[in-house]
Design a protein around this ligand. Sequence first.
Ligand code: G6P
Ligand code: ZN
Length: 543
Amino acid sequence: MSVRTIATQPIDGQRPGTSGLRKKVVEFCRPHYLENFVQAIFNTLGDCAGQTLVLGGDGRYFNRPAIQIIVRMAAAHGFERVLVGQGGILSTPALSCVVRKRGALGGIILSASHNPGGPDGDFGIKYNAANGGPAPEKITDAIYAQTRSIGQYFTIDAPDIDLDTLGAASVGALRVEVIDPVADYAELMGELFDFGAIRALFAGGFTMCFDGMCAVGGPYAHAILEGALGAPRGTVINGVPLEDFGGHHPDPNPVNAAELIALMDGPSAPDFGAASDGDADRNMIVGRGIAVTPSDSLAIIAANATVAPGYAGGIKGVARSMPTSGAADRVAAALGVPCYETPTGWKFFGNLMDAGLVTLCGEESYGTGSDHVREKDGLWAVLFWLNLLAASGKPVGQIVRGHWARFGRNYYSRHDYEAVESNAAAQLMADLRAQLPSLAGRTMDGHTIALADDFAYTDPVDHSVSLGQGVRIIMDDGSRIVLRLSGTGTEGATIRLYLEKYEADPARHDFDTQTALAGLAALAERIAGIAARTGRGGPSVIT
Ligand code: G6P
Ligand code: ZN
């Protein structure tokens, strides 16, 4: 089949953000929009003869047509093989797993993660490299440069492939294999966790509610929790992926998963609750009457890693993003392993894992994972907790309180101001940065500021430097105020304010989080003036 050359021109705004290119669906449906970006990826990769590409998405609106477009372009670019998840589906961690297991050159994930879906929602595309992880900045920068100079893209004329039937087909000279999206991933989970102990837990009457939020996590949870682990049918709710996520906002936090939180707070709460996001890389862990903060979850997993067979030999180290609380740092210190602090974005963990410096990674944004793949992994975290619950015989609340009693509690909250006018947000950050030199050493509202800076990161492996990763105002007692602009929003700007206060005394571990952090929130407002400058009465989301 002959390759067709289509003339095109650069389209503005195709710079990948924290996690790939994310835009409104209408934008992606503009002529050449997707094609330009895909060709920019392929141009960056160069010759792909003999190579395998893995392709799949979270099933949102435009997933299927996008897959057909990319398959034809992959054929034109000369790939040997494309592996596509059945139904066009692959969760982000499952894609990472397949890329690694099948020795692929890389993978393309179609997802806007937790952003709403449907014709009026968002779409996204992200390239993952041969290690299974998000492409590092030097590659995403090169892709962006390609989008700035593109003049043509390549495709072939071929009918759509049947995405729903397992098996192989030819598209021109390209071999397309439609694979079971769950199998490779489920096998890996079975190697890491004590499925026998978890099966026995469910067989003993342990109850759980997993909210798939009508996103891609559902099929994985059905197959693994209700299938391999024998949890009763009905354990997984909202388990069928829908193109608009059933109108849900598939971001597992206590605000969006309000139904699950209400269940876990109510009289008929199961023993354990969990949820994952649009592409199933995020997770939320909930016990009866207690939602575990992602920062605590990372610390607790690190402290108990050896209960799971895959980590029985101990962990090499831990990494967390800068805004994530320091709870994991205390565990790492106790274990005598290093703890790395990186900028926001899972891609920054890739080098650390590839170099064998860390085993576990986590972010405040409901992401937790390990070096089993190179993405955060929602179901992995849920399975770790199930393994821990089975091994300890304790409920979630007791595990969390026991952890605080041993290591102290890092009270933690994130306040988001969403869809703020972009210039106002940029000006706020610029003015804040200008204030930094004068803040260190000052005492304000009873807090003495020990350090005020704009976080910069030097990757210990490739020594690349990332500047301007967020403003940190750190008090002399370790409390922190962090401010940065989100890199994943699609409307205006989102200002994120992160608040953290450490409390060692177990007698002071039961305060309401917002009450415990109110003083820091007031100080943040005094310094940054978010409400005053944005005209907002308060944050739009508090997690
Ligand atoms: C995605 C990334 C994470 C990141 C999160 C929040 O989920 O994979 O690494 O922490 O977005 O990013 P943002 O820039 O919106 O705070
Ligand atoms: Zn996600």
